[in-house]
Design a protein around this ligand. Structure first.
Ligand SMILES: [Zn+2]
Length: 267
């Protein structure tokens, strides 16, 4: 897995969630701490400066909707916690203004300056075009917007299109299409099925790789769609399949919950 130039914890005063259907709700979000957090739908739920940028996006993409995630964390508290020395880092070859004056460097990454950290934490810096805004895309499973048809369109043209495979779900053997498998994985892991499908394609390519053929010599019947543990050096595929062979199911980073789906025969 590659390191980004700067590691910024994804938290901010207000977050965005883009969804592809219209709905208006006020729901309570489970907080990690005692902060009072909520989600409010609609551009009008954002501060004025955000609204101008979001309205411009909405004009270009009328079917996008925006939800404001009120974290209950003040900007000052957030900045204070994100600029603890070494908490966020930047590649050491970066512009010196992006590096903290404390001079802390670890494995090629320098402590990030508070000004660059603040820049990346401020959503207003990333709402001026329809590419950067996707860092705020909702990536948890949402039964109101994630559908089999939607997954089908994501995997169209890949090795997963129109393919049924024999799988075991929670101990039950059955034939399922890839879109059904991905939807089931989304439900079990609370991850967006579109994110899961995209990640698979990103990791193994649109034609699939030996990581998912189930026929790799010495690892027949083992699959690793996310290339977990397939690190460089030696054979990355064998490393990833060894990881799968050792009983590691697909896991999501978000909740560390195992997705209990195993493929029973090669695709
Ligand atoms: Zn520092």
């Amino acid at each position: 897995m590659s390191k980004n130039n700067i590691k910024i914890i994804a938290s901010s005063i207000i977050f965005f969630i883009i969804t592809y259907i219209l709905f208006g709700t006020l729901s309570t979000v489970k907080a990690e701490s005692t902060y009072n957090q909520s989600v409010k739908s609609g551009i009008e739920a954002f501060p004025q400066e955000y609204q101008e940028l979001l309205n411009a996006l909405k004009q270009e993409h009328p079917n996008w909707t925006f939800d404001a995630y009120y974290t209950g964390i003040s900007w000052d508290e957030l900045v204070q916690n994100e600029t603890n020395h070494g908490h966020n880092r930047i590649i050491n070859s970066a512009n010196s203004l992006w590096k903290c004056s404390c001079g802390d460097v670890a494995t090629g990454y320098a402590c990030a300056s508070s000004s660059i950290t603040k820049y990346y934490m401020d959503p207003r810096n990333f709402l001026n075009n329809d590419v950067k805004v996707f860092q705020f895309l909702e990536i948890s499973y949402n039964e109101r917007i994630h559908t089999l048809e939607g997954i089908k369109s994501v995997i169209k043209g890949t090795f997963m299109e129109n393919k049924k495979v024999s799988v075991t779900v929670n101990g039950n053997k059955q034939e399922m299409s890839y879109e059904q498998i991905i939807l089931e994985a989304a439900k079990q892991s609370n991850m967006s099925p579109y994110s899961i499908a995209t990640k698979i394609i990103q990791e193994v390519g649109s034609k699939g790789s030996a990581s998912v053929s189930g026929t790799y010599a010495g690892y027949e019947g083992y699959y690793n769609f996310f290339n977990y543990a397939a690190s460089d050096g030696g054979s990355p595929i064998a490393k990833g399949l060894e990881y799968a062979k050792n009983g590691n199911g697909k896991q999501t980073r978000r909740r560390k919950r195992k997705v209990i789906i195993t493929l029973d025969r090669p695709i």
